[in-house]
Design a protein around this ligand. Structure first.
Ligand SMILES: [Zn+2]
Length: 363
């Protein structure tokens, strides 16, 4: 009883060491930073009043599809075309994550979307990596960048972006992803980019099973070789594939609030998160877009606890799944995991008594 009460408490979930493995740079700016950058750069925003701007940027219940959700990004991207702006936002994302006790964050973005002022892919990528470093030095949070190809943009561009990810392997870029509208833009069209990634021993993830069904997840895994799946919400429609994902320990990057706002589910109780978790699937909790979804990682954990009746053991396991799923070299990952395991043991022991600390499972 006591553990349930404590678990409902935001402070406990905030103090839990966490990861955020699925967060988009252009959807996770501070609201004030959008305004600051627009002013500094002389960029005209589509609306004048603060309230109207908030309505455009923050997706409420009115947001009915992934496509509508993506519209807010036109505004954020309008002020993210200069390296200095991108650097600032990358740093602020790490600072904001640190406040929620995130210990490891992978920030994703597509450099191709930041070239409206003619900046090169490398200029934009270097700025993001410098911003992540700035944030990391300030907070101690470990960071990595994920470069996204875009489904609706020419697959040849994805190949260029994959080559960029390969060139920056071990220099701040930890993986490649495919993002953007899923329907009508199959991942297999971008298979050459994924071959480039896999042939160079780089990690990859792929948004799938969000805007389209399990066929999309199958393509991501079997055509593109994805090591993790972004969302995977509709995976349960294909039990055989779901068993494969579970057996292979392919992590799902779950983003609860985002799935609600894009209309994928009507209410959180309809989300298969608990179902996947009970099967043993390696589910991780992530924010997707802290500005556009008006969330943070502690809130995502809180939602999961409240709606899926998670116990203390569950919450700790899910946090550890996040660290296990990190695109980090093994020695670094093990060091981070060992630290987190020890820390969560004492955190839980202090709060609830030693006898409640379960051993960490091997899977
Ligand atoms: Zn996403």
């Amino acid at each position: 009883m006591q553990s349930r009460m404590m678990l409902d408490h935001a402070d406990f979930l905030r103090s839990l060491p966490k990861t955020d493995l699925h967060i988009h740079l252009d959807g996770s700016m501070r609201f004030q930073t959008v305004k600051d950058l627009a002013k500094e750069q002389g960029v005209a925003l589509p609306v004048d009043s603060e309230n109207d701007l908030k309505k455009k940027l923050v997706c409420g219940d009115a947001c009915e599809s992934l496509e509508e959700y993506l519209e807010a990004f036109d505004i954020t991207l309008s002020v993210l075309q200069e390296p200095e702006a991108v650097r600032r936002v990358a740093r602020e994302i790490v600072e904001d994550a640190a406040k929620e006790n995130v210990r490891y964050i992978e920030v994703r973005f597509s450099p191709i979307l930041h070239q409206q002022h003619g900046r090169s892919l490398v200029e934009i990528l270097d700025a993001v990596l410098t911003g992540l470093d700035d944030g990391s030095r300030k907070t101690g949070v470990e960071t990595g960048a994920i470069i996204c190809g875009m489904r609706h943009i020419d697959p040849k561009v994805s190949v260029n972006l994959a080559e960029l990810a390969v060139a920056y392997k071990g220099k701040g870029v930890v993986a490649f992803d495919l993002a953007g509208a899923e329907k009508n833009y199959p991942a297999k069209d971008h298979v050459e980019a994924f071959y480039t990634i896999l042939n160079n021993n780089v990690n990859c993830t792929c948004h799938a099973g969000e805007g389209f069904g399990p066929q999309s997840i199958r393509q991501a895994i079997h055509y593109c070789g994805a090591h993790r799946i972004g969302h995977g919400t509709r995976l349960k429609e294909d039990p055989d594939l779901m068993a494969y994902v579970n057996d292979r320990r392919i992590p799902l990057e779950i983003c609860l609030t985002s799935n609600m706002q894009t209309g994928l589910i009507d209410k959180l109780e309809d989300h298969p998160f608990r179902f996947y978790y009970d099967l043993g699937i390696r589910v991780t909790l992530n924010t997707d877009n802290t500005l556009v979804s008006a969330t943070n990682i502690t809130r995502e954990y809180q939602l999961a606890v409240e709606h899926f009746h998670l116990s203390l053991v569950d919450v700790r396991r899910i946090a550890i799944y996040g660290f296990k799923s990190a695109f980090l070299p093994l020695p670094k990952k093990v060091a981070l995991l060992e630290r987190v395991v020890r820390e969560t043991e004492s955190l839980i022991g202090d709060a609830f008594g030693e006898e409640l600390v379960p051993p960490v499972d091997q899977y």
